[in-house]
Design a protein around this ligand. Sequence first.
Ligand SMILES: [Ca+2]
Ligand SMILES: [Ca+2]
Length: 266
Amino acid sequence: MRMKNILFAFFLLLLYRLVLHANPIYDTAVSYWKFDEASGSSVVDSRGSNNGTISGATRVTGQVGKALSFDGVNDYVTVNNSSAGLSIRNNLSVSLWSANTDNFSQDSAGNYLVSKGVIGTTPWNDYTITFSSSYKYSFTVITNQGNYSATTSSAYADSAMHHVTGVYDYSASQIRIYVDGQLQGSSFAAGTITNNNNTFYIGDWNGSSGWHFHHGKLDEVAVWNRTLSAQEAMSLYTGIPIPECSSFFFMIFALGVISWLRNRKK
Ligand SMILES: [Ca+2]
Ligand SMILES: [Ca+2]
């Protein structure tokens, strides 16, 4: 079999998976907001029933389709937790694409990309992804045993889109953060997330009465009630699905069709 045929079949497989089948990892999410709506102030949860409402953020070209752009002043998205699916108590993953354009001159404490929480009721948050004024991402969970974070060792002081995945591995007592598919930080974490009836916010800390507003883009925000593997974090970044059985059979089928077409020409 010629290498060219194999590469072409692989290209067809990629095309098939990217065009017809979105990354299947998102199929296992509790909630997944693509921000691809044409207009209006609603954002649709394409997996569950936790639709959101935009306050101020605008639709722009995203990493995949459209994204939301936040002005860093008062823009955010409120997501209702109607199915309570976002009230996750142990194994948890959150992922998103983020681009930052803030210089933190107004808010040196950093910005919140997502926060599930309420102001005034300790412990205020269940889980958050933040971006600090030292340009580092953190994933944090607050459990009945404490406040645990994984922070990136690298800083991301550019305005490019980066893919962030936070994982709370309750079973392994560890919290991890991946950026652009690479493990960037991990530390000990334990306990059950207790403060479970809170709203989920995208682009700031705890809604209009909060602050730490994100300045930049956010896209493809998703939450899972399970741990994502390192391989899955990489797959969400590259957009290349993890090979599975159906892909293998598709490759065989594509190679067969290519061979048949080549033989017909002779
Ligand atoms: Ca999108
Ligand atoms: Ca605004």
